[in-house]
Design a protein around this ligand. Structure first.
Ligand SMILES: Cc1ncc(COP(=O)(O)O)c(C=O)c1O
Length: 442
């Protein structure tokens, strides 16, 4: 007779049953189960601007670049696009130019590795840094769940650093570093998102960026800077320099993504790792080359066709994505303003409901006087028809969290109105269920 099961979950890598890896599945499952619910959950780019003709045009543009600018013969062009290819990618030079034009970041093309989304870039960096059981990663909390999940896959513990309203509490970073070292652990890096962080929405002031870089140099710490939302400040505010642009001591490994700025379906991201690595024989190479060795065993190389689409988009816009995203930036600003006005209207002064007003990006965090968990999200989807993300998904300690993340990126103002009406109904009902405060507290 057949054994009822073939594999025991407990015998698989512990990551597969970890809350961090279950998070995206759970959120997708809820969204799939209630497809008619208004989604203020998804951190996806606005779909109305997707252009059916663009990928073909971009592919063609890149093909011409290979022939006309790089002098490739037709059979070479075909090989570049259709064959297995260079591990570090075929649009590294365009990405380096994009960083120079848009971010004033100047790096050698060879320091760039093109990856299958930014997600692969995280995995490669964390895999390389996790050399032994005493290695740990510091990460600003709340933390993007994709980072926590990638760390789990490589058995790298993540220790939280307080984020606070300005993106990182530098005093806490120092405390956490000392504490970890005091326990005999080796903090390998600190993961930060200085611009419009996911999920907190916070941004670091420039002065804090400089202090963070100084601290990293003093403490011999690497910084992993993740920047998918930097092109989307609200209104006409200036963009702040990235950590990498201020990094004169090669302390920063920079992670980029074209998912929000060009096309998520292409699944193209990249990393910049210009750190010099010394081998046992005294030879010095780039960290990017060590990461490429890992990549060669994870995805071999990033799809050249997908790279060509992104490469063509970069070429079409003179390697600048700032102007190319003007419409998107305006839409996200409009939606952010609409959401904040809608929250003010539905939760006037005196309401116990609070929220932040991020200077850009996709996300706003709403704080309420009761725990916000997965059961509440299910109830919200089923009875109220609105989806959002429990902030508990972005903390790694399982403690109750009284906040939720709203995303403004993939909705219209009308959907925001409907979603907020439904969210307000849910919150009103939850507030009514709270035990009355003792009269002395009023
Ligand atoms: C902070 C952050 N980093 C990385 C990613 C993943 O980017 P990609 O789609 O390029 O893998 C996301 C996606 O939402 C994100 O929010």
């Amino acid at each position: 007779m057949d054994h009822p099961v073939d594999l025991d979950l407990a015998t698989l890598h512990p990551a597969v049953d970890d809350p961090a890896l279950n998070s995206m599945n759970f959120l997708n499952e809820v969204a799939g189960h209630w497809p008619d619910a208004v989604s203020l959950a998804a951190g996806r780019p606005y779909e109305e601007f997707f252009d059916d003709d663009a990928p073909g045009r971009w592919l063609d543009r890149f093909r011409r670049h290979l022939a006309d600018d790089l002098g490739q013969q037709p059979e070479q062009v075909r090989r570049t696009l259709f064959q297995y290819g260079r591990t570090k990618g075929i649009i590294h030079h365009l990405i380096a130019r994009n960083l120079a034009v848009d971010e004033d970041v100047h790096v050698d093309d060879e320091a760039v590795v093109v990856t299958v989304g930014c997600q692969e870039a995280m995995l490669l960096v964390l895999r390389a840094l996790r050399a032994g059981p005493s290695d740990v990663l510091l990460a600003v909390a709340p933390t993007y769940v994709g980072l926590t999940g990638a760390a789990r896959l490589v058995d790298l513990p993540v220790r939280p650093v307080a984020g606070g309203p300005t993106g990182i509490d530098l005093a806490d970073l120092r405390i956490q570093l000392r504490r970890a070292r005091g326990e005999g652990l080796r903090p390998r890096a600190c993961y930060v998102m200085p611009d419009f962080a996911n999920p907190s929405g916070t941004s670091m002031p420039v002065v804090d960026r400089r202090r963070l870089l100084d601290l990293a140099a003093e403490e011999d710490l690497l910084l992993i800077e993740d920047n998918p939302y930097g092109l989307f400040p609200a209104g006409d505010a200036d963009r702040r320099p990235t950590l990498k642009a201020l990094d004169t001591r090669r302390r920063v490994v920079y992670l980029g993504s074209f998912a929000k700025t060009v096309l998520p379906g292409a699944r193209i991201g990249y990393l910049v790792a210009d750190q010099r690595v010394a081998g046992a024989d005294g030879a010095v190479g780039l960290f990017a080359d060590q990461l490429a060795k890992i990549k060669s065993m994870v995805t071999v190389n990033t799809s050249p066709l997908a790279q060509a689409v992104i490469g063509g988009a970069l070429l079409e816009h003179g390697c600048s994505l700032v102007a190319a995203n003007r419409r998107e930036r305006a839409a996200y600003t409009r939606n952010r303003d609409h959401l904040l006005a809608g929250l003010r209207q539905r939760f006037p002064a005196g309401s116990p409901v609070r929220w932040n007003a991020p200077a850009g990006g996709f996300f706003v965090v709403v704080t309420v006087p009761f725990p916000v968990d997965d059961a509440l999200l299910r109830r919200s989807a089923e009875r109220y028809g609105v989806l959002w993300t429990p902030m508990a998904h972005f903390y790694d300690d399982g403690r109750p969290v009284d906040a939720l993340r709203l995303s403004v990126s993939a909705v219209t103002p009308e959907q925001i109105d409907l979603g907020l009406d439904r969210l307000a109904a849910l919150i009103t009902d939850e507030l009514a269920r709270l035990p009355a405060a003792p009269s002395g507290d009023r």
